[in-house]
Design a protein around this ligand. Structure first.
Ligand code: CA
Length: 130
């Protein structure tokens, strides 16, 4: 399976550019959206395999973006946020998130969680092929 196309949605530019370069170094393709509206526009235009989604965003927040995308797509979504209250995590997962990463996080943990999603996607691909 070729490396995933990741839509990174993060309004904090320095963090976004750090994550983007780390992901690209690992061989992933990355497009960056700086707010919720841009995220939805890019998602509608490009074949995205995975969303890395910040919660607190200008225009539409991450939860709104996740809910809108879930209406039309089963694309994996990992939320990245400083919100670590159980109620936030529960409402995020109930809104259709696949995973939840509390900021600040170690980039190695993000990679590991992406690999979990990759394994799941490649299993689905095998099932489709057989
Ligand atoms: Ca933010």
């Amino acid at each position: 399976m070729s490396k995933l196309m990741i839509l990174l949605v993060e309004d904090e530019e320095s963090l976004a550019s750090f994550i983007q370069s780390e992901l690209q170094f690992e061989g992933y393709r990355v497009v960056w959206a700086k707010d919720g509206q841009e995220a939805l526009e890019i998602f509608n235009e490009q074949a995205v395999d995975l969303l890395l989604l910040d919660w607190m965003l200008p225009k539409y927040d991450g939860l709104t973006v996740a809910r809108r995308i879930r209406k039309a797509s089963a694309v994996p979504i990992i939320m990245m946020t400083a919100r670590n209250q159980t109620t936030d995590i529960v409402s995020g997962l109930d809104a259709g998130l696949d995973d939840y990463l509390t900021k600040p996080f170690d980039i190695e943990e993000l990679f590991a969680r992406i690999r979990v999603i990759e394994r799941r996607l490649s299993k689905q691909e095998e099932i489709v092929l057989t």
